[in-house]
Design a protein around this ligand. Structure first.
Ligand SMILES: C[S@@+](CC[C@H](N)C(=O)[O-])C[C@H]1O[C@@H](n2cnc3c(N)ncnc32)[C@H](O)[C@@H]1O
Length: 264
């Protein structure tokens, strides 16, 4: 795995570049597709024509659900990566609705002043933020009373198989640290107004290399900033420990969060 700082790039630029290069994202994003569908199924809005903002839209896996369910609403699809926004535009192109809008922006610090939305959605995005819980709190001001944040993100325990394999190989792992459900709840101004649910999705790969190639194909291969890349010997030891008789299984722990803003 490549370290974000290896090429002198800031963590944000490294993320932007990695996802920008993910031309085959949609083809390899099976987990993300499933999660987007399950997140969409958890969203309930009381207005027929909501103003919706999606952060980190990627190629539009969640955007397509949002646009289909609320065709009268406006949807601003945004992402840090310009190529991702372009891919999303292509995904949604058949509908060519005037209610669809696109923007390249940093979802951790959305540049809106005085604008408010009925829904802010982010599927499998906030795990890339430097301070995700701070960002969540920031979104409260961008919601209309009665509006909701719909989030799916990675939670502690994700890729625990990789962590154990690194430990067995005597190598420090480069996995990201994710906030727990209780940290997310505590970050919301009215903790009683959120619903959090966790789901484990275990995926089987033919080999450890197959797993790593899949992560790279969707642009999600970056370890924590500052992580020293593994030597070839370290990688061999990790992959040996990771591999079982039937290949490699890895677990995504996904946290779905719906955060509601009080009507008054
Ligand atoms: C794993 S993909 C998920 C894409 C899409 N939401 C989906 O469910 O398929 C993560 C996306 O988040 C975007 N992203 C990462 N950091 C971001 C940030 N700070 N602001 C906006 N988008 C970001 C990436 O460019 C990428 O498109």
């Amino acid at each position: 795995m490549m370290s974000p700082n290896q090429n002198g790039l800031s963590a944000l630029s490294a993320i932007r570049e990695a996802f920008g290069q993910a031309d085959a994202y949609t083809e390899h994003a099976q987990v993300q597709r499933l999660v987007a569908e399950r997140l969409a199924g958890r969203i309930a809005l009381s207005v027929r024509a909501p103003d919706m903002l999606e952060l980190g839209c990627g190629t539009g896996l969640l955007s397509a659900h949002l646009h289909r369910r609320w065709p009268l609403g406006s949807l601003l699809c945004s992402d840090l990566s310009a190529p991702m926004v372009q891919r999303c535009r292509t995904t949604l192109a058949p509908s060519s609705s005037e209610r669809l809008h696109f923007a390249v922006l940093d979802g951790e610090n959305p540049p809106f002043i005085g604008e408010q939305f009925d829904l802010i959605a982010a599927s499998m995005v906030m795990q890339w933020f430097a301070q995700p819980c701070v960002a969540l709190r920031r979104y409260h001001a961008l919601l209309r009373p009665g509006g909701s944040i719909a989030m799916a993100t990675l939670a502690p325990g994700t890729f625990h198989e990789w962590q154990s394999a690194c430990q067995a190989a005597g190598v420090v792992h480069g996995l990201h640290r994710y906030p727990s459900a209780s940290a997310w709840q505590a970050a919301w101004p009215s903790p009683a107004d959120c619903v959090l649910e966790e789901e484990e999705i275990t995926v089987q790969h033919a080999s450890g290399l197959d797993f790593l190639r899949g992560l790279r194909a969707i642009g999600a291969h970056l370890p924590v900033p500052g992580y020293r890349p593994n030597s070839a010997g370290e990688m061999r030891r990790i992959l040996r420990s990771l591999t079982g008789p039937h290949g490699v299984s890895v677990t995504y722990v996904v946290l779905y969060g719906i955060f509601n803003k009080k009507i008054r």
